[in-house]
Design a protein around this ligand. Structure first.
Ligand code: ADP
Length: 294
């Protein structure tokens, strides 16, 4: 088995401008200089896992535009295996982000090449790993097909249901774990409740295990062995962008190395907490020899 973690997912260029206020329809406002960062949930997870020392590969599509080069370089310098990174004629995925005066983000995602990652692109040889990790910024049929193939090769399937999107029961049944924040849990269940109750209700939908992330409060895990609450280290949060992706990547790494789910989640909350101490997504991720908050 060559890889510990294979991430099947999105790669985006995040284009960020700060504004004093957002324009009304038909209006123009001036903003800050444009900042361009590598992002996308799939790329974030792959970079986070590789930086923590996991043998990591990504299955994704970028465009043949200038952003594609930046995105490839970010993955490659983190040490991600790019054999499954395909190039499409046309634009890469882009997230157009305006940051308001209170630090609030408004985001438009243009999927670009991510929308063209199709089931026919999948190579079962690239989906053989200890853990194969998914999010929902690529077409759902591709996620379903790849999760089935990964499961057939004996890989453990991890799905972060983000952005919150309806998925078929056959996909939920493959998840071990399904990773959601409280909003995504409430979306799937169509009801809000406390985290332990939502985890129990989610388990009934078919996944073998569930992890609910709770921001500064850490996470909760649930499987047939029971429910475990995992507190987060206390840190000063500077920017929570991409913290969920770092959490999931760290979880995948530890599951790939044989940890029980609560132990993997304990490590993941430390990595998630490390990621909120610094600005940005990929730029905030710790490496294996960094001291993690305890
Ligand atoms: P998402 O970012 O996907 O909405 P959460 O807000 O639940 O998910 O955050 C994911 C993980 O990031 C948490 O489980 C935790 O490990 C870490 N995290 C997020 N916010 C904080 C915070 N303020 N302090 C410490 N850790 C945090």
């Amino acid at each position: 088995m060559t890889h510990e973690v294979v991430v099947v997912g999105s790669v985006n260029a995040d284009l960020v401008v700060s504004v004093d206020r957002r324009p009304d329809p038909g209006e123009t406002v001036l903003g800050s200089d444009l900042a361009t960062y590598p992002g996308g949930k799939g790329a974030n997870q792959a970079v986070a896992a590789a930086r923590l020392g996991a043998r990591t590969a990504i299955v994704a599509r970028i465009g043949d535009d200038a952003h594609g080069g930046l995105l490839r370089d970010a993955l490659s310098s983190a040490g991600v295996d790019l054999a499954g990174l395909l190039v499409t004629e046309g634009p890469s995925g882009v997230a157009l982000i305006t940051v308001g005066p209170d630090g609030d983000n408004s985001i438009i995602v243009s999927p670009g090449a991510n929308a063209r990652l199709l089931p026919a692109d999948l190579d079962p040889g690239l989906l053989s790993a200890a853990v194969v990790s998914f999010q929902l910024e690529i077409p759902i049929p591709t996620v379903v097909a790849a999760a089935k193939q990964a499961s057939d090769t004996g890989a453990r399937v991890v799905l972060n249901l983000s952005p919150a999107t309806a998925v078929p029961d056959e996909l939920l049944a493959l998840c071990d774990p399904l990773v959601v924040n409280e909003h995504e849990a409430a979306f799937l269940l169509d009801a809000e409740d406390d985290a332990a109750a939502m985890a129990a209700a989610l388990l009934e939908r078919g996944p073998r295990s569930v992890v609910i992330t709770l921001g500064a409060d850490g996470a909760l895990t649930a499987d047939s062995a029971g429910v475990t609450t995992v507190p987060s280290p206390k840190v000063e949060a500077v920017d929570t962008t991409g913290a969920g992706d770092a959490f999931t990547a760290a979880l995948c790494l530890r599951l790939a190395r044989g940890d029980a789910l609560p132990d993997a989640a304990r490590y993941a909350t430390r990595v998630g907490a490390a990621a909120v101490r610094r600005p940005g997504a990929q730029s905030s991720y710790p490496s294996a020899d960094d001291d993690l908050p305890a």
